[in-house]
Design a protein around this ligand. Structure first.
Ligand SMILES: C[S@@+](CC[C@H](N)C(=O)[O-])C[C@H]1O[C@@H](n2cnc3c(N)ncnc32)[C@H](O)[C@@H]1O
Length: 288
């Protein structure tokens, strides 16, 4: 993949392959999230902390049950189902993977919220399946880092949001100017981007992009400390899984994509430890 662009089919293919790893985790954790877990004093255990990330984002987005939420990059439906159950609110999830969308629909049915949720095949840069002025909150939990053109995604969000609408995102961002990264750090970012189909950008750039796409009242909160236990855990797992996985890879049990994702997990934690990468919660209002 080129670093200026991203092919959504390739991103979907990466996820479809990584679902093999995720499914094992989902089985023993009892949920189907694809995001980082946010730990605090009351949420000290991995599954609880994964739910806590969604709680933090919903609270910041002021969800109260009266809104139509559009979940861009809805994964296996966990955050859509969580909002529908917690707030009895209408949620539309979009994704570029039919496999994930199918799991999302099953997830919603299992939790009795099929009537509140809809899952569409749609690219969040286009939002072709979503009417103008039809949603109150555009929610993205670790979705926009998959964009090589965040301005386009935010313009699409502007189109579908009502005049009083808002956006709420959590994601990984560089804490520093990308041009200030050492060649070694740039190499680590490329490893992460290639392995996970990401285009990580800086938080400052994102703040500028939000105002350039007419979002106001931008609030940015640094949640990095809360997700460190999760990234450390993933790195520890990768330390064991990568060498063992290489053997299993030779035996055809694990794929190159799965192996690359272990390496990417270790690099994410290294860059967080170095203070170069952070995890941010960002909210903003349509400025109309
Ligand atoms: C890290 S996962 C997060 C999933 C979900 N929000 C969660 O918390 O479990 C990112 C998701 O974004 C989706 N995605 C990536 N690029 C996309 C695009 N251009 N349009 C829609 N979804 C996209 C991926 O398929 C994946 O489901």
């Amino acid at each position: 993949m080129s670093h200026s662009d991203l092919d959504t089919d390739e991103v979907a293919a990466i996820y479809d392959e990584l679902l093999k790893t995720y499914r094992t985790e989902w089985e023993y954790r009892g949920h189907r999230s694809l995001h980082l877990a946010y730990y605090d004093d009351e949420h000290d255990e991995p599954a609880e902390a994964a739910m806590n990330t969604m709680r933090r984002l919903s609270e910041a987005a002021d969800i109260d049950g009266s809104e139509h939420i559009l979940n861009i990059g809805c994964g296996a439906g966990e955050d859509s189902v969580w909002n529908a159950r917690a707030y009895d609110t209408e949620v539309t999830g979009v994704n570029i993977s039919e496999t994930q969308l199918e799991i999302a629909r099953e997830n919603a049915a299992e939790h009795g919220v099929s009537d509140l949720t809809t899952f569409n095949y749609d690219d969040f840069h286009e939002l072709d399946t979503i009417d103008d002025d039809s949603v109150d909150v555009v929610w993205g939990l670790e979705a926009l880092s998959h964009s090589a053109d965040r301005a386009r995604a935010l313009e699409a969000a502007q189109r579908v949001l009502t005049a009083e609408g808002r956006v709420a995102f959590t994601d990984l961002f560089l804490t520093v100017d990308p041009d200030s990264l050492s060649p070694e750090q740039q190499g680590r970012i490329e490893t992460i981007n290639d392995a996970l189909g990401l285009r990580i950008g800086s938080i400052d750039e994102f703040e500028t992009t939000l105002s350039e796409t007419n979002f106001g009242n931008v609030q940015i909160e640094d949640l990095t400390d809360g997700i460190k236990r999760c990234t450390e855990r993933r790195r520890s797992f990768a330390r064991i899984a990568h060498p063992v996985g290489r053997v299993l890879g030779v035996l055809g049990v694990l794929s190159e994509t799965q192996l690359d994702s272990f390496k990417a997990s270790a690099e994410i934690d290294r860059l967080i430890e170095a203070g170069v990468l952070g995890y941010y919660l960002v909210t903003a209002d349509t400025d109309r």
